[in-house]
Write a protein that binds this ligand. Structure first.
Ligand code: NAD
Length: 489
């Protein structure tokens, strides 16, 4: 393993550079507590340099001036670079944030590469519009790149979250300054190197690692950034909108937290599948998924059977070394997040929920950060574990009386990211799906996902949508050009 070669320097204007003031922070692996490398601790001066490089690249049109078909070819080469370096990137991601390497390889690298490829493929197939005005004029409605796009992402899917934003932003012709999470900065830096090798011109894609307040806020407040695209917590997301308003009214897009309800009626068409989805989806990625179905509502008639089947699956999710090829539950991203998850588990116990499985730290001797897959039953809507996003492998099981009651409970959340309903009655399933206030509703499954569909939430789960062609709207301005036609005929 060659982790000592990991380069933690920023990437600004096509070159790897130290932070202007030479500051660094330690990049520690949650797998076993080892020091991976030291990373540039960027601040205002570094963000200024990155934004200046991005602006210069936009102004001289070295990227946005290319024909869409030419940008497409480079974006596809960029995607190919990820695929060619899949093993290296997967290992880096696993060491940096603790997810099982089989998923880092099969999910994270592949999804990020697919996303870059898809937006590259799309960009020379989208037409602008001509408005249906009177024949004395022609009104062109065109999309233009915004300019400099700031991107701030979290640590749970570092490459995918970055790709969902940089792919449409770059394909549309913008320049980008990306600030990865301080908890998982390494793959973003490597992506920017691979972008250069693929032919994205220097200055077009810059990466400034660092802490939120020191590197993220200067980006969100910057007067020369035209758009800020953020994924992270609702707490910080609200600040992003304030910072956009306080500075230059840059466009602000936020993909935030969730507390997604998963509703299983007694007439669920396939109980085993529903149990597998309920358990597998909350424990996937150590529960560190914004769309994890963390509130499970099971109808009384099948509750005992459902829980028995769920508990039988739990041992299969026991945490293990993320570098082992068959591990399904890896490490929590760091000590702070692990302690936060354990604190929620304590609160669940104190507030009277019934702990059915897990509840403890695991693999303590490794020096890494591991938590047992945990299930609480008897959870009531007022309990902290029913209301707050835990972002760990903790499932809260609640009860309900009928469809109207469960919809009311499901919607009684500040979040509205995703939801699911299981019933073989099409009227019930679709009626409930319609009534749920969420950006995505799953019916009789929880796995379907595709780059072609929008991803984002209602309410305090954020503003705007990632993925699909709709994402281009976030990174383009709409321009109308009126042309007078004084026709001689
Ligand atoms: P976080 O809000 O703590 O941090 C996210 C990013 O914001 C990091 O890069 C961080 O450094 C930066 N940041 C922190 N404070 C900042 C500030 N004051 N100014 C500017 N930037 C700042 O979130 P996290 O713990 O990294 O990620 C977990 C959260 O992300 C969860 O709430 C999860 O639901 C959410 N998430 C949402 C989606 C989605 O698509 N809706 C996807 C993944 C994660």
């Amino acid at each position: 393993m060659t982790t000592h070669t990991y380069d933690g320097r920023a990437l600004i204007n096509g070159a790897r550079v130290h932070a202007r003031d030479g500051q660094t922070f330690d990049c520690i692996s949650p797998v076993d507590g080892r020091l991976l490398t030291s990373v540039a601790r960027c601040g205002q001066a570094d963000v200024d340099a990155a934004v200046a490089a991005a602006r210069a690249a936009f102004e001289d049109r070295r990227w946005c001036g290319l024909a869409p078909a030419a940008r497409k070819r480079v974006m596809i080469r960029f995607a190919d670079q990820l695929s060619a370096h899949a093993d290296e990137l997967a290992l880096m991601e696993t060491l940096d944030m603790g997810k099982p390497i089989q998923y880092a390889r099969s999910v994270d690298v592949n999804s990020a590469a697919n996303c870059l490829r898809w937006y590259g493929e799309a960009v020379d197939k989208i037409y602008d519009e001509i408005a249906p005005t009177a024949s004395t004029a022609l009104a062109l409605i065109q999309r233009e790149p915004m300019g400099v796009v700031g991107v701030i992402v979290p640590w749970n899917y570092p490459m995918i979250m970055a790709a969902w934003k940089i792919a449409p932003a770059l394909a549309a012709g913008n320049s980008v300054v990306l600030k990865p999470s301080e908890k998982s900065p390494l793959t973003a830096l490597r992506l920017a190197e691979l972008a250069l090798e693929a032919g994205i011109p220097p200055g077009v894609f810059n990466v400034v690692p660092g802490y939120g307040v020191e590197a993220g806020s200067p980006l969100a407040l910057h007067m020369d950034v035209d758009c800020i695209a953020f994924t992270g917590s609702t707490r910080v997301g609200k600040q992003i909108h304030v910072m956009a308003g306080q500075s230059n009214l840059k466009r602000a897009w936020t993909e935030l937290g969730g507390k997604s309800p998963n509703i299983v009626f007694a007439d669920c068409p396939d109980l085993d599948k529903a149990v597998q989805a309920a358990v597998g989806s909350i424990f996937f990625n150590q529960g560190e998924s914004c769309n994890a179905p963390s509130r499970l509502f099971v109808e009384a008639g099948i509750r005992d059977q459902f829980l028995e089947k769920a508990l039988a699956l739990v041992p299969g999710y026991a945490p293990a070394n993320p570098l082992a090829p068959d591990t399904v539950m890896g490490a929590i991203v760091d000590q702070t997040q692990m302690n936060s998850v354990l604190r929620y588990i304590e609160l669940g116990k104190q507030e009277g929920a019934a702990l059915l499985a897990g509840g403890e730290q695991a693999l303590v001797d490794t020096g890494g950060c591991y938590v047992q897959p945990t299930i609480f039953a008897g959870v009531t809507p007022d309990m902290t574990i029913a209301r707050e996003e835990i972002f760990g492998p903790v499932l809260s099981v609640l009860s309900f009386t009928d469809a109207a009651d469960v919809v009311k409970q499901a919607n009684a959340s500040v979040y509205g990211l995703q939801a699911a309903v299981w019933s073989r009655d099409i009227n019930k399933a679709m009626g409930v799906a319609r009534a749920l206030r969420a950006g995505t509703v799953h019916v009789n499954q929880y796995d379907e996902d595709d780059i072609t569909v929008p991803f984002g939430g209602y309410k305090q789960s954020g503003v705007g949508r990632d993925k699909s062609l709709h994402a281009f709207d976030k990174y383009t301005e709409m321009k109308t050009t009126w042309i007078r036609i004084d026709s001689p005929v």
